[in-house]
Ligand binder design. Structure first.
Ligand code: ARG
Length: 282
């Protein structure tokens, strides 16, 4: 074969370098820069064993361990998650037809087998869950095997001071980090703040069901986020824990977009559900 001599090598290199520089120096669109949805940083799954991934390889494939939602280990055999995670809309079939539902704890990278994978032996979905408004968005899963007591997290009770607006909170998940379907393979968390009910009531008034997926009601929901946006939960994080004051205060439920200014995250208010959870554990 004849050597390629049409383009002299040095000028080819300078053209390529120039192009690379142009790409690197171009201003990034705000969307890509600011909406690092679970706002930001990787966390060590091994030291957060109470953050679990809900998974079904049958339904969602092998590559990310079949992860499709999050959950919180609140008892040695009890995981709480969002009711909507077990809906036919999410699973594609009725939850009773999913034979390989698992809760995965301690898996930093969904592409690996690290941590523990536990079969779910019982599913209880809050009969009060309203898929129209997303009110009462909680389900209780019973695990086939017990996890160590030290792997569990406490649920917030009614009157818990951590619900006060302005309290620092952290949300965990393996969900979308971009708002555009870029799913994480590692566990991440974002720092947010507990917000006043009125912040979500204003962002999501009743009668606007549809695009945003719900209407805020403070009895079973709680509002969290950051005023400027940029840090939030997103698709795939649902059911995962919002932690404040060392207790699970919320579960990722819904929101309009992800990390948008004036569109906080809406979470299931765990304190309002704690009695139901206890009644349906084990
Ligand atoms: N419904 C989403 C899920 O199923 C969670 C959306 C949370 N959105 C938000 N902006 N906080 O994963």
């Amino acid at each position: 074969m004849r050597p390629l001599r049409a383009i002299p090598l040095p000028s080819l290199i300078s053209v390529l370098l120039g192009a690379l520089l142009a790409i690197l120096l171009a201003p990034q669109p705000a969307a890509a820069r600011d909406r690092i949805v679970v706002g930001g940083h990787p966390v060590d799954a091994a030291t957060h064993p109470w953050v679990v991934a809900l998974a079904s390889r049958d339904r969602f494939g092998d590559s990310r361990s079949g992860q499709f939602c999050g959950g919180a280990l609140v008892g040695v055999r009890t995981v709480i998650t969002a009711a909507h995670c077990l809906s036919t809309e999410v699973l594609g079939v009725k939850h009773g037809e999913v034979d390989d539902l698992r809760a995965i704890s301690g898996r930093g990278d969904l592409g690996t087998r690290e941590g523990r994978e536990m079969p779910v032996s019982k599913v209880w979905i809050n009969p009060g869950f309203d898929p129209e408004s997303n009110a009462g968005d909680i389900a209780v899963l019973t695990l086939a095997d017990a996890m160590p007591e030290g792997a569990t997290a406490a649920m917030a009770g009614s009157g818990d001071a951590a619900y006060a607006a302005g309290t620092a909170a952290e949300v965990f998940g393996w969900g979308d980090t971009s708002g555009a379907g870029k799913y994480a393979s590692g566990l991440r968390s974002a720092q947010v703040k507990m917000l006043k009910d009125s912040a979500c009531a204003k962002a999501y008034p009743a009668g606007t069901h549809g695009s945003s997926g719900g209407a805020f009601e403070s009895r079973s929901m709680v509002c969290a986020g950051v005023a400027a946006g940029g840090r939030d939960a997103c698709q795939g994080d649902s059911g995962g824990p919002l932690v404040a004051g060392g207790r699970v205060v919320g579960l990722v439920s819904w929101g309009a977009g992800c990390g948008e200014e004036g569109r906080p995250g809406v979470y299931t208010r765990v304190s309002a559900m704690a009695e139901l959870v206890r009644a349906h554990s084990g």
